[in-house]
Design a protein around this ligand. Structure first.
Ligand code: GDP
Length: 396
C-alpha cells in the first residue's frame, strides 16, 4: 500500500514542478513587461530631447536706441538688405531673421499662420507698417540659408524696437532674451551710452548669469571726421570697458573686454559687401577715408562673435542635454541590470528546485526497480508454490 502511495506522489511531482516553473516564468514575464514600460518612458524623454536639439539654434539679439544702426549691422552681417532700415519705428515689434531651406524668403507674423512672400524690402517695410501688429510681437523673416553663412550655421538674428521707445523692458527680457546666446548693443559713436541702454543690460545681467555682450560703436565713419578722433576713441573705449568690467561685471578684465568693443561703420560694411558680392566696384565717395580699417574692425567683430556664440550655445544647450543623456543611460542600465539579476536568481532557484526533484525522482525510480524485483521474486515463489501444490495434488 505504502509503495502504491509513493508511486502516486512521484507522478504528482511532475505536475507540481510544472506549475512552479510556470509561475516563475509568469513572474519573469510580468517583470519584463514592467521593465519594458519603464524603458518606454525613456523613449519619450529621448524623443523630446531630440526634438529640442533639432530646434536648438544660436540666437543673437540686437539692442540700442532707434537709428543707431541695428538694422544696418544685421544687413551687413547677412550681406543683404533684408531688414528694413531707416524707417524709424513705425512698428514696435521684434523682427527675427532665421534660415529656411526654401529658395524664396517669406514672412510670418504672430497674427496669421499664412506665410507672406517678401519680394522686396520696400514691400516688407510696407507690410510691417500696414498690418496691425501687436506691440512687442514677433515678426519672423525666413530667409534662404544658401544666401548667408550665419543662417546656414543656424544663427538667428533678433532686432528690437529700440530701447528708447518702450517701457516694457522686463517683458522683453522674459520673451526674447532668456534664450539669447549673445547680445549686441549697437551704440552711436557720436554720443555716449544712454542710461536706458545701460539699465537694460543691468536687467539682462541680473536675470542671466554672465550674458555675452558685444558693444558696437557705430557710425564711426562720421566721428572719424572730427579732429580729436583718437581721443574720442579712447574715451569711448574707457567708458565701455568700465561698463562691462566694473558695472555689469560680465567680463573679468579689461584685456578680455577689449575683444567685446568695436568701432565700426555698418553702412560702409554693407555697401562694400553688396558691391563685392555683385562683383561691381564700390563707387568712389561712398566710403569715407580710412574705411579699410573700419571694414577690418567689422570683420574682426564677426570673428569674435562667431567664436563666442557657438561656444556659448554649445555650453548652455548641449551641456544640459549631455547631462540628461548620461542620466538616462545610467538609469536604463540600472533597470536592465536589475531585471537581469532578478531573472537570474529566479532561474537559479528554479534549477535548484528542479535538481532536488530530479534527485527525488531518481530515488523513487530506484525504489520502483527494487519493488519490481521484489514483486518478480514473489510471483516466482508463488508460481513455484502453486506448481508444487499442483504436483503434490496430482501425486495424491
Ligand atoms: P535702427 O533704427 O537702429 O535699426 O537703425 P538703421 O539701421 O535703420 O539706421 C538708421 C539710419 O542710419 C539709416 O539711414 C542708415 O543708413 C544710417 N546708418 C546706419 N549705420 C550707419 C553708419 O555706420 N554710418 C552712417 N553714416 N550712417 C549709418
Amino acid at each position: 500500500m505504502g509503495n502504491g502511495h509513493n508511486l502516486g506522489s512521484a507522478l504528482q511531482y511532475f505536475g507540481q514542478a510544472k506549475k512552479r516553473i510556470n509561475d516563475i516564468f509568469k513572474e519573469i514575464g510580468e517583470y519584463i513587461i514592467e521593465t519594458d514600460q519603464f524603458v518606454d518612458g525613456f523613449k519619450d524623454k529621448v524623443g523630446g530631447i531630440m526634438e529640442i536639439l533639432a530646434r536648438d539654434r544660436m540666437k543673437v539679439a540686437f539692442f540700442g536706441r532707434t537709428s543707431n544702426g541695428k538694422s544696418t549691422v544685421i544687413n551687413a552681417m547677412l550681406r543683404d538688405k533684408i531688414m528694413p532700415s531707416g524707417i524709424g519705428h513705425t512698428t514696435h515689434c521684434f523682427i527675427q531673421v532665421e534660415g529656411t531651406d526654401s529658395q524664396e524668403g517669406f514672412l510670418l507674423t504672430e497674427e496669421s499662420d499664412q506665410p507672406q512672400s517678401i519680394n522686396s524690402i520696400k514691400q516688407l517695410a510696407h507690410n510691417l507698417s500696414a498690418v496691425k501688429l501687436e506691440e512687442n510681437s514677433l515678426v519672423r523673416i525666413l530667409w534662404p540659408k544658401s544666401k548667408c553663412k550665419f543662417l546656414k550655421e543656424d544663427v538667428i538674428f533678433v532686432d528690437s524696437p529700440g530701447i528708447d521707445v518702450t517701457q516694457q523692458l522686463d517683458s522683453w527680457i522674459d520673451k526674447y532674451c532668456l534664450d539669447a546666446d549673445v547680445f549686441v548693443l549697437v551704440g552711436n559713436a557720436e554720443s555716449t551710452l544712454m542710461q536706458t541702454e545701460k539699465n537694460f543690460f543691468h536687467k539682462v545681467s541680473s536675470r542671466l548669469s554672465s550674458p555675452n555682450i558685444f558693444i558696437l560703436l557705430n557710425r564711426w565713419d562720421v566721428s572719424v571726421l572730427e579732429e580729436d578722433v583718437e581721443e574720442v576713441r579712447l574715451q569711448h573705449l574707457d567708458r565701455n570697458l568700465g561698463f562691462l568690467v566694473d558695472e555689469l561685471k560680465v567680463v573679468s578684465n579689461k584685456k578680455e573686454a577689449e575683444d567685446r568693443i568695436y568701432f565700426i561703420s555698418a553702412r560702409e560694411a554693407l555697401i562694400s559687401r553688396l558691391h563685392q558680392d555683385k562683383g561691381t566696384p564700390t563707387p568712389t565717395g561712398t566710403l569715407q577715408e580710412g574705411f579699410q580699417g573700419r571694414l577690418f574692425e567689422f570683420a574682426n567683430f564677426e570673428r569674435k562673435f562667431e567664436e563666442c556664440i557657438s561656444k556659448s550655445a554649445v555650453q548652455t544647450k548641449f551641456e544640459q542635454h549631455t547631462k540628461r543623456g548620461k542620466l538616462i543611460t545610467s538609469e536604463v542600465r540600472g533597470v536592465m541590470e536589475e531585471s537581469y539579476h532578478k531573472s537570474l536568481t529566479k532561474t537559479e532557484e528554479q534549477v535548484k528546485e528542479y535538481r532536488e526533484k530530479c534527485d527525488e525522482l531518481d530515488y523513487l525510480g530506484k525504489q520502483l526497480k527494487l519493488l519490481t524485483y521484489e514483486v518478480k521474486d514473489k510471483i516466482k515463489l508463488m508460481v513455484e508454490d502453486v506448481e508444487r501444490k499442483v504436483a503434490s495434488a496430482l501425486n495424491d
